[in-house]
Structure formats: C-alpha cells, structure tokens
Ligand binder design. Structure first.
Ligand SMILES: [Zn+2]
Length: 433
C-alpha cells in the first residue's frame, strides 16, 4: 500500500462554471492541500487541517506555486507533431500540403511509436495530463498512442481517423466497411482498458461519404460510451465545400446529425461559423464544442464565440489542435483564447480560462468528476504552476494585488518553464514513487 501523499500549495478549485456563475465559482486557497492515495484525490482542504488529520502522510510542499488539475487538451492530432508551425496555408491547402503526406508515414508502426512517445512527453512537460487525439487511418497509429499513454499512466482518448472520399489521397483512404470494422476492433482492444477511452473519429464530412458517416453512426449507437470527435465549421470555404458535397443537408451539423453522429459525447472541433439551428441542436443534445484558438488564428479561420456558446448551454472545452495549432502549451492556448475574446469584445477572466482548460474540457469529454478538478474521488492528475517562472513574469506578478492578477501574467506569457511538476495518476512524472 503506497504511503498517502499530502501536496501543499495554492490550490485551485471550482464550485461551478465561472462563465455562468461569475468568478466566485473559482477559489484559490493560498495554503491549500490535497491528500493523494492510490492514484486518486482522497481529500482537499487547508494545509493545517489535512496535516493534522494525516500526520503520517508524506509531504510535498510546493509553497506559493499553483496546484491545479492537469490540463485537459480536448482536440489534438498527435501525428501532426512533426509538422507543427508549417507556414502559409489555409485549411484545405494546409491539409494537402503538410498534413496528409505526414499522416501517410504512420503506416510504419515504428514511426508511429516514435512520434506518440515524443508527443506525450511534450504535453506532459507542458502540464497536460489528458488529450483527446485523432490518430491516422492506420489502426497501428492508435495502438502506438494508447500503448505510449499506458506506459505513462495517462488517461487518453483517441481513435482511428476515418476518410473514404476521393477528397483524401489514396494512401489515406479506408472504406465505410473497413472504417467500421477497424474502429470496432480498436474499441474492443482499447476502450475502457485501464485509462484508455475510444473516440470514433470521422475526420470531417468533406473526407467521408454519407455511407461512412452512417456506418460510424451505427457503431456509436452500438458503443454509446465511446466519444465521437470530428470537425465543424472551421472555415467559410470549408462550409461551402460541405454544402456542395451534401446538397440535401440543412447545414454542416446536419451532415453529422443525419447519420447518427450528434449527441452528448460528440466533440466538434472549432465550430466558429455556426447557423442558429446548429447552435440550438447542439444545446438540445448536449454535444460539445472544442475551442482551438491558436489554430484558429494560425490557419486564419475566425473567432469562436466561446462565452456565447456556453451561455446558450453548450459544453465547451479548450484545445491546442496540434499541429494546426501553433503550440503544445495550454498556457499559450489560454493566452490565445483571451486574445480571441478581446477581438470579439468579451475578454475572458483568468478563472474562465483555467476552467476551460480543466473542468470545461473534462465535461465536454463526459469526464466531469473523473479528471479536470481537485475534489475527493477525482483521479490525481495535477499541474503545479510556478507563477514567477521568468524574470518578466515574476516582476509583473510581484506587484499583483490579488490572486488573479498574480496568475494572469503566467497565462499570458508562460510556457513549459512555468510547469514546476506534473502528476499523473498520483505519481509525479520523472520521480520515483
Ligand atoms: Zn483538428
């Protein structure tokens, strides 16, 4: 039986959604504590109370560092790790020029294994403990990521990307039947094994036939505890393309809805240029939006109305969208979400940004209470943030008049140097238990 561990620091907890309930729903205890045992958080409270109640616990004292849930990155493409920061293209050209040639390399399991390990180590160094990732059409690319996640103890959601239209290159095409069969076999091999969760993954309507979307909708009906992940309304030329490929659809969302791919547990990346009907249907069904601000600005897609979607009852999470996004860091992603909010005339409060990167993403993944929060019973995935990680950040934080003013410079200017420690499943990575 491992010794219980008491982690001390400035602890961040939420009692509600700060977008809906105000920043009073966020709490930072300057002398907080967590008791961790067996990979879970067993108790939260003040350092004084928990030290008294658990005198034999091992103490790890992080002082003034912010102890918070590990970041939950709700939309990434781990196979694009090697092409992050590729210059000069918008979505469709970007896919054809950079993405598809790189994804074709994942037919080699050794390459998939190399990139999966590299990718997960990069995100852990950035305080991210869970990702929801697209893989490539190759089932081996899914095995590679789940195996790498298992080795690191991480809770990862992932699935084989499905593409059967001639809009995708021949080397990256499956069929409606093989997409169903391979996805089903992967569900049986990985879903709910340890911390792995499967996401049925049609890339997006332009690269799938209606037959493939229907087959994947049927698969979801057979395995409703899986997530589905896809893309929605990222760029205006993409939306026009979808309309030409699906002339009978009422809107982009309808291409998914008609084929059984709308509901709670559906994750739509981007969702920038939405019709009123699409917003209404997502709110009615509990489908989630994943906001990818660094990607949306990098690829020139547009400005997602995060606050507006949340106010209309849609679950919204936050993501890097590696490698359409320009960073592996959820701190950098929160900075970008702030900038997008500014350009929309609605600056997001630091409490809202932190909520999006943890509980917001977890709830979108239907993992509220399991990850993304510091509360008894939650899995012990943590990020410990140094709020004075560089001279520039430290000099600004030093004159802060409250905790949010102390945190905000790190959200705007921080990177992997701000991550003092990352804990996965109750263990600090890189340290012996
Ligand atoms: Zn994406």
């Amino acid at each position: 039986m491992p010794t219980p561990t008491l982690i001390l620091g400035q602890t961040l907890t939420f009692t509600g959604n700060p977008f809906l309930e105000g920043i009073g729903a966020a709490h930072v205890d300057p002398q907080g504590a967590l008791l961790i045992e067996g990979g879970r958080i067993r108790a939260t409270g003040t350092a004084a109370t928990l030290r008294k109640a658990h005198p034999s616990a091992r103490i790890v004292d992080y002082g003034q560092a912010l102890v918070m849930p590990g970041f939950v990155d709700a939309h990434v493409h781990y196979p694009q790790t090697g092409i992050i920061a590729s210059w000069g293209k918008r979505l469709i050209d970007w896919l054809n020029t950079y993405t598809f040639p790189e994804e074709a390399r994942f037919s080699d399991p050794a390459y998939a294994t190399e990139i999966a390990g590299r990718y997960l180590d990069l995100v852990l160094a950035n305080g991210t403990t869970t990702v929801a990732s697209y893989c490539t059409i190759h089932p081996e690319s899914v095995d590679a990521l789940f195996t790498a996640a298992e080795t690191r103890g991480m809770r990862v959601i992932a699935g084989k990307t499905c593409m059967d239209r001639d809009t995708a290159p021949p080397s990256l095409r499956d069929t409606a039947q093989s997409a169903y069969d391979h996805s089903k076999a992967l569900i049986e091999r990985w879903h709910q094994k340890g911390r792995a969760l499967y996401a049925i993954t049609p890339r997006f309507s332009p690269t799938s036939t209606p037959e493939q979307l229907q087959a994947l909708g049927s698969l979801w009906a057979e395995h409703p505890s899986c997530a589905i992940q896809t893309h929605l309304s990222e760029q205006t030329d993409e939306i026009a393309w979808v309309k030409s490929l699906y002339p009978e659809a009422r809107d982009y969302l309808d291409t998914y809805e008609q084929h059984g791919l709308l509901g709670s547990g559906a994750l739509y990346g981007h969702a920038i240029h939405l019709e009123p009907r699409e917003i209404t249907r997502m709110a009615e069904t509990g489908a989630g939006v994943v906001h990818c601000p660094t990607s949306n600005t990098f690829i020139g897609s547009g400005l997602c109305d995060v606050a507006g979607l949340i106010e209309q009852g849609i679950p919204v999470g936050l993501a890097t969208d590696t490698g359409g996004g320009s960073s592996f860091s959820m701190l950098r992603t929160m900075a970008s979400a702030y900038e997008v909010g500014q350009l929309r005339g609605r600056p997001l409060h630091p409490a809202e940004l932190l909520w999006l990167a943890t509980e917001g993403s977890a709830a979108t993944l239907r993992l509220s209470g399991t990850i993304g929060r510091l509360a008894p019973g939650a899995e012990a995935d943590l990020a410990v943030i140094n709020l004075a990680s560089t001279p520039a950040i430290a000099q600004r934080a030093n004159r802060a008049e409250d905790i949010w003013e102390a945190i905000f410079p790190t959200l705007m200017m921080g990177d992997d140097r701000a991550i003092r420690a990352t804990w996965v499943n109750g263990l600090e990575i890189g340290k012996a238990p």
